[in-house]
Design a protein around this ligand. Structure first.
Ligand code: UD1
Ligand code: MG
Length: 456
């Protein structure tokens, strides 16, 4: 198991520049917290241990990463070097290689981390810093090299001279260290700088001056190394991640008609030959089968959907939807609903906490809530399950093959038996036995010539 490779993820900061109540590393990028993106990539490169440094929002961050990482607490945020030091009890005495990654670089991939490790190994360096060339390096630490081009030190933007600020090679905040050298050097880091913080990048100069080998590994892909410190960067990271996710699905056989206007979260699975039309938002844990048509303009959150199902201009949340189902346009499937195969939920139908058996239909303008609908049931236009008396919710049961006429009110709790008919316009307050016809409405009276009389 142990291959003597460790990772420390820095995730203790508040993220002042985000101007948010939510701790920075928990801000989602395509539905997944930034720090979880980082940890998920680290998990795929086979490390012996991942340690996440938590501080602000420690409990929430821990809950989010439970089972994926160990944790150490940084009580006061005194800087990135101080953050890494919190892991010393766990890692100080290990020999091997330690990756240090910031929790706010969500676009970093396992391939780049692996290349960094490989480079570090080949160079036999004490530290290798991952650098990139930034079009606009503002805010990043700059990579200062000696006249012969060797890595010398990193200077933070705020501490940099005018000349140093011209440098476009930036510190991505990702490093590979010889573990023992790291923890020894950390003890020498001071906070004598503009921000009064213990800077992790100072370890590089400390090791360089001690005559140790320090190197930089430049990735060609600046995008991947973007550090998200504010909402603008967050939107840029989101756009890049979104394009990446869309591409992955397209290469796996999903048609995405307009990827730039389609919003697919990280934990979404889509089967082959499904077509996603523009304006579609797939949020959280969504699983869609093969040969479905989704969108345009549909918002689907935490749903499992079968094969050959069409969902157009609709919203579906926390529900299960079977195969060969047609939903919409303009339908609303609210949480805890379960829609079986061959069901039709048509325009302006709202379904809440309701199950629909195979082959049932509610084609137009209905509210079906807290209900259990059997198989091959036909629910006429304008049917309402009257589930709420202002205090409590009650259940409606509609058994197999029942037929509910248009514009009926089913006042729950109520059961419509198998094969029963409810006449259009009925208000049903009592159970309807199987195979019965129930009419619950006033009789029609025609008063001959009466209309004429009124006009006179
Ligand atoms: C840091 C680097 C900078 C680099 C940039 C890349 C330092 C001093 N600077 O700057 O060279 O170009 O990342 O994105 O390292 N954190 C803690 N505890 C602390 C301070 C920070 O856990 O006491 C965590 C934060 O939660 C964050 C990460 O460390 O996830 C980086 O901190 P941040 O404040 O974003 O550093 P930058 O200013 O971006
Ligand atoms: Mg940052």
């Amino acid at each position: 198991m142990s291959n003597n490779r460790y990772a420390v993820v820095l995730a203790a900061g508040q993220g002042t520049r985000m101007k948010s109540k939510l701790y920075k590393v928990l801000h989602p990028v395509c539905g997944k917290p930034m720090v979880e993106h980082v940890v998920d990539q680290l998990q795929q490169i086979g490390l012996s241990e991942i340690v996440t440094v938590v501080g602000h929002g420690a409990e929430v961050v821990k809950a989010q990463l439970q089972g994926k990482s160990e944790f150490v607490l940084q009580n006061e945020q005194l800087g990135t070097a101080h953050a890494v030091m919190q892991a010393s009890d766990l890692l100080k005495n290990e020999s091997g290689t330690t990756l240090v990654v910031c929790g706010d670089t969500p676009l970093l991939t396992k391939e780049t981390l692996q290349s960094l490790l490989d480079h570090h190994g080949k160079q036999e360096a004490k530290v290798t810093v991952l650098t990139a060339s930034a079009f606009d390096p503002t805010g990043y630490g700059r990579v200062v090299r000696t006249t012969s081009g060797d890595l010398q030190k990193i200077v933070e933007h705020k501490d940099a001279t005018e000349q140093e600020r011209e440098i476009c090679e930036i510190n991505t905040g990702t490093y590979c260290f010889d573990n023992e050298a790291l923890f020894q050097a950390l003890e020498q880091v001071s906070n004598d700088n503009v921000q009064g913080e213990y800077y992790l990048p100072d370890v590089i100069e400390i090791l360089q001056q001690a005559g140790e080998k320090v190197t930089a590994f430049m990735t060609q892909n600046f995008d991947e190394t973007m550090g998200v410190n504010d909402r603008y960067a967050l939107s840029q990271a989101e756009a890049i991640m979104r394009a990446r996710i869309a591409k992955k699905h397209m290469l796996q056989g999903v048609t995405i008609v307009d990827p730039e206007n389609t919003y697919i979260d990280s934990n979404v699975f889509i089967g082959q030959d499904t077509i996603i039309y523009p304006g579609t938002v797939l949020k959280g844990n969504v699983e869609i089968g093969e040969e479905c048509t989704i969108g345009p303009n549909s918002e689907i959150s935490n749903c499992k959907i079968g094969n050959h199902t069409d969902i157009r201009h609709s919203v579906a949340t926390d529900s299960e939807i079977g195969s060969d189902v047609a939903i919409g346009p303009f339908a609303h499937i609210r949480p805890s609903s379960s829609i079986s195969d061959d069901v039709k939920i048509g325009n302006f139908v709202e379904v809440k906490k309701a199950s629909f058996g195979k082959g049932s239909k509610a084609s137009h303008l209905s509210y079906i809530g807290d209900s259990s609908v059997g198989q091959s049931v036909n629910i006429g236009c304008g049917t309402i399950t009257v589930n709420y008396d202002g205090k409590n919710k009650y259940k409606t049961v509609i058994e197999d093959n029942a037929f509910i006429g248009c514009n009926s009110n089913l006042i729950a709790p109520v059961t419509i038996g198998t094969g029963a008919y409810v006449a259009a316009g009925s208000t049903i307050t009592d159970d309807v036995p199987a195979d019965a016809l129930s009419i619950g409405r006033a009789r029609q009276v025609n008063k001959e010539e009466y209309a004429k009389k009124i006009k006179e």
